[in-house]
Design a protein around this ligand. Structure first.
Ligand code: AGP
Length: 608
């Protein structure tokens, strides 16, 4: 998604702006630009495409000022062109704006401004804000921005500078993340802490409705009536090194190989082996509240929705509570049945996905308690939920989610275990699951040590036009996730399907050109999966099987096999997903895809 950076201090602004934009490249973008106050006027440089092109524009025509804002744009209104790149200027060139989010009444405001004589130079909603600030300019820049915000509908993370009130950056947040970086005789504004981490670890996360006035030697946070607000200063505890690739060819590969550690981190201090349960400090749910839950809704998007499907099966199996898993984008506009005894679990790596945030807010409005299973500390979902479980997976830079997924599944298992042990699960069954969780990091490592076997399979299928992924029970969501991984980074069409359901249509797709991946560890439904394997083989399908034993029943049926260690059925997805992550990664690399920043995708979808 779009990235915002702003600098105000005693040094030339553009190096800070460019460095910050580069730190946010992983979020996905298609154009970039900067605006700097220089000798009483605003100078802008913008470019479609990668930041390198913006750097070339600045090298050709440097800007000297010490107050500036920058932006990487992921197109929502209008194509990714230089004219649509941010920052956008007001008609008289005295105001520059960068913006994340969507101004939903942009058309109405554009018409009114046109009637007032303003001419528009871009297709964006953001340009409306620049002209509106000019139109309303009176008093200070913050007074004017507050007046403009009163007319805006929709979502925004905004940063504004003006030659009419230099020496400050005014920022505003509603629905799109924004933070202030506190430096020595310099301050920053950014949409992502990684953009400024090289310069400060002291940050203030703005809340929806906040307006910040950021100056060289300080900052103020105001509410809609310009009354001052106190905001907590957070210290960021992860390092830039954690964001660097660490010697791996791509962030995605690094993050796949981090999973023994990240799965361990997800359990650190939370697994109580001797009692067969878990200790979760952030639920903010009393024993009585936990016992009163009679309905659980899990809502998320994409990969996080897949982990939610696994969470459903865990909770229903162990806790005997009905669970509905909802796409957040659907849930938010439905008329869902929610009561005071409904728990809404919200799963999000970024904690900023617009649909998931909106779904959580809708569930809260209807009286449900909300639990966020989130990776990014201090993210909007993490700050607005009633309680939660941080994934502790560290920054996930690759657009295709990998380590966050396995940590989500583990966090859901910890939650299900805790709740189940309160609701009658035996200590022996609890200890069996706890021991199995404890063994996962070493088992993942054992899989990763054989990554080259997956690379060999990838070599065989890198030119396949389609893939089918099949699984049953908890491994059906693994099939969905494996298909999504392949789709989003290799651009091969892939479909996940329940193994038995394949007979009701998709079997027509099977021929010698169709690779079929079976997620087939030895579990309670393994024998049924064997029948499905036979059906595919009878139609000359190319079969890749993820198994956990030397299965006589599969002899002569499977073309390629990758064996994973065994664990309790409910935790098999943590292990079975790893070879599928690797399969997608190696195929994508062999096809020359941009693995970490696949086309059309963004790391966090903060618009509807
Ligand atoms: C995962 O590989 C995808 N990039 C995407 O589906 C992602 O899971 C989805 O956008 C949800 O993101 P979130 O977990 O940050 O809310």
């Amino acid at each position: 998604m779009c990235g915002i950076i702003g600098y105000i201090g005693g040094k030339t602004a553009t190096p800070f702006l460019i460095e910050g934009l580069k730190r946010m490249e992983y979020r996905g973008y298609d154009s970039a630009g900067v605006a700097v106050l220089d000798a009483g006027a605003i100078a802008t440089r913008r470019a479609a495409g990668k930041i390198a092109r913006l750097e070339s524009a600045l090298a050709a025509a440097p800007i000297a000022g010490t107050t500036g804002i920058g932006h990487t744009r992921w197109a929502t209104h209008g194509p990714p062109t230089e004219r649509n790149a941010h920052p956008h200027l007001s008609a008289d060139g005295t105001v520059a704006v960068v913006h994340n989010g969507i101004i939903e009444n942009a058309n109405a405001l554009r018409a009114a401004l046109r009637d007032a004589g303003y001419e528009f130079r871009s297709d964006t909603d953001t340009e409306v804000v620049a002209h509106l600030v000019q139109e309303l300019f009176e008093g200070s820049l913050e007074d004017t921005v507050l007046a403009a915000l009163a007319q805006l509908e929709g979502t925004y993370g905004l940063a504004v500078v003006s030659s009419r009130d230099p020496g400050k950056i005014v920022a505003a947040r509603k629905g799109s993340p924004l933070l202030i970086g506190i430096g020595e005789d310099e301050h920053f504004v950014a949409s992502d802490a990684s953009a400024i981490l090289a310069h400060t670890r002291q940050v203030v996360y703005l809340d929806d409705g906040d307006v910040a006035v950021i100056e060289r030697n300080g900052y103020r946070v105001l509410d809609a009536n310009a009354a001052p607000l106190a905001r907590h200063v957070h210290k960021i505890d992860w390092d830039l090194a954690a964001i660097e690739r660490g010697g791996f060819a791509h962030f995605m590969l690094k993050e796949i190989f981090e999973q023994p550690q990240t799965v361990e981190n997800a359990m650190r201090g939370r697994l109580i082996l001797e009692d067969g349960t878990s200790k979760l400090g952030g639920l903010n749910l009393s024993h009585e509240q936990l016992m009163a839950i009679d309905h659980i809704i899990i809502t998320a998007c994409g990969t996080s929705w897949h982990s939610g499907l696994i969470g459903k099966l865990m909770i229903e199996e162990l806790c005997r509570i009905p669970v509905a898993v909802e796409y957040a984008s659907e849930f938010r506009y439905r008329n869902p049945i929610v009561s005071a005894n409904t728990l809404c679990i919200v799963i999000s790596q970024s904690g900023e996905t617009a649909d998931t945030l909106a779904a959580m807010r809708e569930a809260k409005r209807r009286g449900a308690r909300t639990l966020g299973f989130v990776n990014v500390v201090g993210s909007t979902i993490a700050r607005e939920d009633d309680g939660g479980i941080y994934l502790h997976a560290g920054p996930e830079i690759g657009v295709a989610s990998t380590k966050a997924f396995t940590s989500q599944v583990v966090a859901l298992a910890l939650f299900a275990l805790k709740l189940a042990r309160k609701r009658g699960l035996s200590v022996t069954r609890g200890m069996e699951i706890a021991q199995a969780l404890h063994a996962l990091p070493a088992q993942i490592k054992e899989i990763l040590d054989r990554a080259e076997q997956i690379e060999h399979i990838a070599e065989e299928f890198k030119r396949a036009p389609n893939f089918l992924y099949l699984g049953r029970g908890v491994n059906f969501p693994v099939a969905l996730e494996g298909a999504l991984k392949l789709k989003e980074i290799s651009y091969i069409h892939a479909e996940g399907y329940p193994a038995a359901e394949m007979k009701h249509g998709p079997i027509a797709l099977i021929d010698e050109m169709m690779p079929v991946v079976f997620v087939a560890p030895h579990d309670a439904v393994f024998d049924k999966v064997v029948s499905n394997v036979q059906e595919v083989k009878a139609r000359k399908g190319n079969i890749i099987a993820i198994t956990s034993r030397d299965e006589a029943a599969l002899k002569g049926l499977v073309d390629y096999e990758f064996r994973i260690p065994e664990t309790v059925d409910l935790l098999m997805p943590v292990l079975a997903s790893v070879p599928l992550q690797l399969l997608a990664y190696y195929i994508a690399v062999k096809r020359g895809s941009n693995v970490d920043q696949p086309r059309n995708l963004a790391k966090s979808v903060t618009v509807e």
